[in-house]
Structures are given as C-alpha cells and as structure tokens.
Design a protein around this ligand. Structure first.
Ligand code: ADE
Length: 244
C-alpha cells in the first residue's frame, strides 16, 4: 500500500505514521508513505496558499492552484489512476467496511484541508472520495487522514502479526468484540470468568460469542440489526431486553 498525503503539515503525518505498528509496517515495506507539502506548490515568493473567501465571511480558503499542483505531483509518481480522498466533515462517516474496501487499493492519495476549506473548483477536478471520521469539526484533515490510514494499514496483509485478530475483532459481522482478560486470575478481588480458565475451547468460543452479542446490545444496539444471529442468540437478546 502506497499512501500519498497532500498537506500543509507533513511533519504531523510523518511523526504519527512512523510510530508503532504503522511505523514498523513502513520499515518492513508493507506500506509506504510520501507526504507532499502543498506550500511547496504556492507559486509565489511568500509561499502563500490561502486567500479571502469571495462573498466575504470568516476565515481563509485554500487556493485551487497549489492543491492542484500538489495533486499532480502525486499522480506523476503513481503513473496510473488512483483514488483521491478529501477528508471533510461534510461526507459519509468512515466505517470498517470502507477500510476493507480501501485496503484493496495499491495507491491512496489523501487531501488534508485547513482554514475554512479548499476552493470548490479544485475539489471538483481531483477528488474521487469524500470522507468524514465523525460528526464533529477538527482543525484540519491530518488527524482524519491518519485515522483512515491506520484503519486501512492494519488490514494490509502482513501488517498485523496475527492475521486472526483482524478477523475476529469488533465490527466483524457487525458485533463488538468480547471482553479480554490476562494474568493475574484475581485482581482487585475481581475474578477472571471461570470458563476462560477451563481450557475447554468450544465453551470458551460459546462464551465469547454470547459476550459479543450482549456487549453489542448494551453499547451499540443499532449494530445488531445488521448482525446475523442464531435462534439461540435471538432468544438471549429477547431475554435481556425483557429483564431491563
Ligand atoms: N476535517 C475537519 N473535521 C473533520 C472530520 N470530522 N472528518 C474528516 N475531516 C475533517
């Protein structure tokens, strides 16, 4: 996976991405990152990339030409059509399904905005996908781009050590993951559920699945509508709802 990030703050992206699992994945060559500083394409001696909005109003707007040239620089390296993702709160909210879809791409270009936004005309010309990470407003698109790259990177083959953990985690099958426990067996007088110490794999799997269903019901009930539950699990849900 090759990421290209068009940004006014390349150091923020570099620092974030060179940390932890994404950092290791870059060392191992499973993912590659190229940041492109939009300011390098300002075309004026003051390195200015923003201007006042036509029609008035608060804040500044990032101008079309530097963004366009930065994007062309990325495209010149990629040498084939690639998705250009503009991070904005005015878009569909990013999901695990989208992460899975994006992880199949060879190249992804992220465009990070700042100030009040980017001149609409360049967005119309270069952007293929608009993505939000949630219904709140951040100061720029860098953190959102890193959120998306992080979620996508861990689905790239070889990035996680254990492939199974990407399959059985939260949101697979629209269920949240079961709780986890490790040593010691008693901590602050709280005991690890007995079944987990039993060594009985089938019972453990059954318990975990039940916990998954209950946790989803308690914390994200709207997800359950898309999950496919066995008859026994449907009954468990009914019983829980009646006991409330
Ligand atoms: N830029 C500012 N806020 C954002 C958000 N919530 N998602 C994506 N990009 C953004």
């Amino acid at each position: 996976m090759n990421y290209y990030v068009l940004t006014l703050f390349p150091e923020m992206i570099e620092e974030g991405m060179h940390t932890s699992i994404t950092g290791r994945a870059m060392e191992h060559g499973q993912i590659q990152l190229k940041t492109i500083n939009i300011r390098d394409y300002s075309g004026n001696k003051h390195n200015k990339v923003d201007d006042y909005p036509y029609g008035g109003g608060a804040g500044m707007v990032m101008q079309a030409e530097p963004v366009f040239c930065a994007c062309q620089a990325a495209m010149q390296e990629i040498q084939k059509p690639a998705r250009v993702i503009y991070m904005t709160p005015q878009a569909k909210v990013f999901t695990q399904d989208m992460a899975e879809e994006l992880s199949k791409e060879e190249n992804l270009v992220f465009l990070c905005g700042h100030y009040e936004g980017i001149d609409e005309r360049v967005l119309e010309e270069v952007v293929t996908d608009y993505l939000s990470i949630g219904d709140y407003v951040l100061t720029g698109g860098e953190l959102p781009a890193m959120v998306v790259m992080d979620a996508v990177s861990r689905l790239v083959p070889g990035v996680l050590n254990n492939e199974i953990s990407a399959e059985t985690e939260s949101f697979s099958e629209n269920l949240l993951e079961h709780p986890h426990y490790s040593r010691p067996p008693v901590w602050h007088e709280k005991e690890v559920p007995e079944v987990l110490l039993s060594g009985h794999h089938k019972n453990i799997e059954g318990w975990r699945r039940e916990q998954s269903v209950l946790r989803t019901l308690q914390r994200r009930p709207e997800l359950l509508e898309k999950a496919s539950l066995s008859q026994k699990e449907e009954e468990l849900v009914k019983k829980y709802l009646q006991s409330e």
